[in-house]
Design a protein around this ligand. Sequence first.
Ligand code: CTP
Length: 470
Amino acid sequence: MASLTVRKLDEALKASLRLRAAQNGRSVEDEVRMILREAAERPAAASVPRAPETKAATRSTRTHAAADRPRLTLIIGGGIAAYKALDLIRRLKDRGIHVRCVMTRAAQQFVTPLTAGALADERCYTDLFDAQSEFDAGHIRLARDTDLIVVAPATADLMAKMAQGHADDLATAILLATNRPVLLAPAMNPLMWINAATRRNVAQLARDGAHFIGPNSGEMAEANEAGVGRMSEPLEIAAAADALLRPPPARSLSGKRILITAGPTHEPIDPVRYIANRSSGKQGFAIAASAAAAGADVTLISGPVDLDDPAGVHVIHVESARDMLAQVEAALPADIAIFAAAVADWRVANAGEQKIKKTSGGMPQLALVENPDILATVSKLRQNRPALVIGFAAETENLIENATSKLKRKGCDWIVANDVSPSTGIMGGDRNTVHVLTLDNGNVAVDSWPVMTKEDVAEALVAKIAATRA
Ligand code: CTP
């Protein structure tokens, strides 16, 4: 196919593409390829019902709509840590946050407004009386035209002025005129941090409602000095800012016990070899994290994966299908069970106690026996059956047809079907295109969602569960 050169994209679209690419860890060219592929794979618009309106879905749309992005004003104070504020701009933008910079006069001794403006994609403001500013009464507009103000580094002097209500430069005037939340990232010499005057100012600012991140303890820029006073790392500040900008999700599943399986299973051939599959476990882990964030009491039973345990989730690690079934049964009763694991259908009938050796007698014959079907076992329980049982159907052909027969055969209530043909990149990848099949009075309804990140699929699924269970 001929290569494609796209010209004359407007600046806002270019910025949005760069941001999307950065968030997905891809080059802009790869991101554009991915967008084209998703568009080509998407069924005609008329036949695709919209994904449920969830915070995740709106957040991912936000990625593209600059006007909807949370807005943050970053005030850079005059300390050696000002150089880290430049990295902070990038970290905030990676999170889809629009950043506008303001610099004090002292900050300009360490970094230039030009650099901050280039990184933020918007001019950096420095003067209280600025003839070039597009804002009338600039400090008032700058103080209000934002969702959060972050001061990094927050120097001892800047915090002292804030605590006293000074407004003799643009930064302090904005801080006095704002009615938005303020996050301070202090940075100073340890002796300045423990000085009684700084202690008083910090206590006053906390009483006035300011939020703090850091300072951390560690080496100072000055030779042979260490202690508490180092500015928090840009990643930490960006996470704290994000938490203030985006309120935690509604606890729509609080009080519910949810059981989730995830990942592949490993079926031993002998002590060193096993049969496995390509499942990464990412989708099941994302569902566990979303359900926990929605307030559920989550038990996640996972096969071998290379993922960190999600925070706030009780995780049980297993190897084989039979181990997984035993742990699922031990974890019952539950209100909701979600079987996202790619359980191996077969295991070796007579796995070797010792490593199977090569012999001149030829290759060993591996006899396979069928593994228990965990989803079907739980769906058909007479006692302790969860009120909602959700299975997954990973298919490489006839997706809806195969998923429908799986839904009926296994006796579950919903099936989340996805096409895992190698060309989709879903197995092991970060995105998923799913169809949720629900069984209602013998009728199957299909809800087809657009391509989303696995996290967004998880949030949308949790929202659908919460809406159904309400
Ligand atoms: N499943 C299970 N235990 C098994 C096999 C599958 O719990 N031994 C569950 C999976 O977790 C998933 C659903 O059943 O929720 C469907 O899994 P899938 O691998 O798509 O289907 P299979 O039953 O293995 O059928 P096939 O391999 O023929 O597609």
